[in-house]
Design a protein around this ligand. Structure first.
Ligand SMILES: Cc1ncc(COP(=O)(O)O)c(C=O)c1O
Length: 376
């Protein structure tokens, strides 16, 4: 019986039930005040999240995708420009570039951390390059020191895609505070997740903040004074109120994720499994715990048969999606991303994950892998 007990990939219910009363009160306060879109709860959350990231401004928007899109526009990115990012990220990173009117340009990821390979960055810069979007993938900050240095040398903007990295830091400095702007998603499964969609742009620039405040709300500056064409992408009061409750627990949850990752790491020691590498200077927040294994699809199915849920982030490198072909990329262009897409597997990871469940996952992965093939 116990061997078939379900081990979920994420658990969206535990957080709610632990904080149930506080969340219910937060929601009913919003209902009673009718502060549904923007309003006082959004303002308070923006202040608290800006302070959490160590920046001056935060502007709540409708999603992480919108945050990226509006940040690019606010920084002046548009048609004719190129924006550099990685092909191993969620599709939204590239959608945002395309929505801004710019052209996505990829550089491959490194085999050790799965993050942008900075040694390839300068080779991708042209006279059309306007911005770089490093992605803090799986919860680990990208190489912001080198990326910001190269950006400054070439007069480029940096927009951090921190949608998977709430609270992650480099040398004690939090993601969100390195670039010209940084974007977070509050999709429910994120380290800080709402009860629906939501996102935020953080920045130290008043101009960028002011522009996003306009862009998220129909280009409005003062009632019915539309100074530019904008969008409808406002953070909702209920999301902000719930996020304020959860933000107080984020450091503790991230600590629990790091603890779980440490257990995985220790148990995978001296096995054929390739563990995720965390740079010494980085404080990884393990949005995902991603291993590399031989016969990944066989293992995934084997675990599914045992009621252990896993994910693949991401199975199709972005440059290999058919509709992105027009940007001129083809199979073979980004060998590391392509190789990883075949052998990465995301294991169950959330703060409340039990140590005994991690032990069971590891035992099943190792048993299967000892009979399967090794990764390159
Ligand atoms: C790396 C990355 N970028 C952008 C996004 C987009 O966020 P949202 O789903 O809130 O639009 C996500 C969310 O999944 C993400 O993981």
């Amino acid at each position: 019986m116990s061997s078939t007990r379900r081990i979920p990939f994420v658990d969206l219910v535990s957080e709610q039930s632990l904080l149930g009363k506080e969340i219910e009160k937060a929601i009913s306060d919003v209902l009673n005040e009718g502060s549904f879109t923007l309003g006082s709860y959004v303002r308070k959350f923006e202040e608290e999240f800006a302070s959490f990231c160590g920046v001056d401004y935060a502007v709540g928007v409708g999603s992480g995708t919108d945050a990226l899109h509006l940040a690019l526009r606010a920084l002046g990115v548009g048609p004719g420009d190129e924006v550099i990012t990685v092909p191993n990220t969620f599709i939204a990173t590239v959608e945002a570039i395309i929505m801004s009117g710019a052209r996505p340009v990829f550089v491959d990821i490194g085999k050790d951390t799965y993050l942008m390979d900075v040694s390839q960055l300068e080779g991708a810069i042209t006279e059309k390059t306007k911005a770089i979007i490093p992605v803090h993938l799986y919860g680990q900050p990208a190489d912001m020191g080198d990326i910001c240095r190269i950006a400054a040398e070439h007069d480029l903007k940096v927009v951090e895609d921190a949608c998977q990295a709430h609270g992650a830091s480099i040398g004690g400095v939090r993601t969100g505070s390195f670039g010209d702007a940084a974007c977070f998603s509050f999709y429910p499964s994120k380290n800080l997740g709402g009860i629906g969609d939501g996102g935020v742009v953080v920045t130290n620039s008043k101009d960028v903040s002011d522009r996003i405040v306009r862009l998220r709300n129909h280009g409005e500056q003062g009632k019915y004074n539309h100074v530019e064409p904008g969008f409808c992408s406002r953070l909702h009061g209920i999301q902000a109120a719930v996020l304020r409750v959860k933000l107080k627990h984020l450091d503790r949850w991230n600590k629990a994720r790091r603890y779980n990752a440490r257990i995985y790491d220790l148990l995978f020691e001296d096995t054929p499994i390739v563990r995720p590498l965390c740079r010494d200077s980085n404080d990884h927040v393990y949005h995902l715990y991603v291993i590399r294994v031989g016969n990944r699809d066989g293992l995934k199915q084997h675990l599914a048969n045992l009621n252990i849920e896993t994910g693949i982030h991401y199975p199709v490198p972005l440059h290999m999606h058919k509709w992105l072909k027009e940007y001129g990329y083809s199979k073979g262009d980004f060998p590391v991303t392509e190789m990883m897409a075949d052998d990465i597997l995301s294991l169950p990871m959330f703060p409340e994950l039990k140590e005994s469940d991690i032990e069971r996952v590891v035992a099943e992965v190792v048993n299967f892998s000892l009979n399967g093939s090794k990764v390159a």
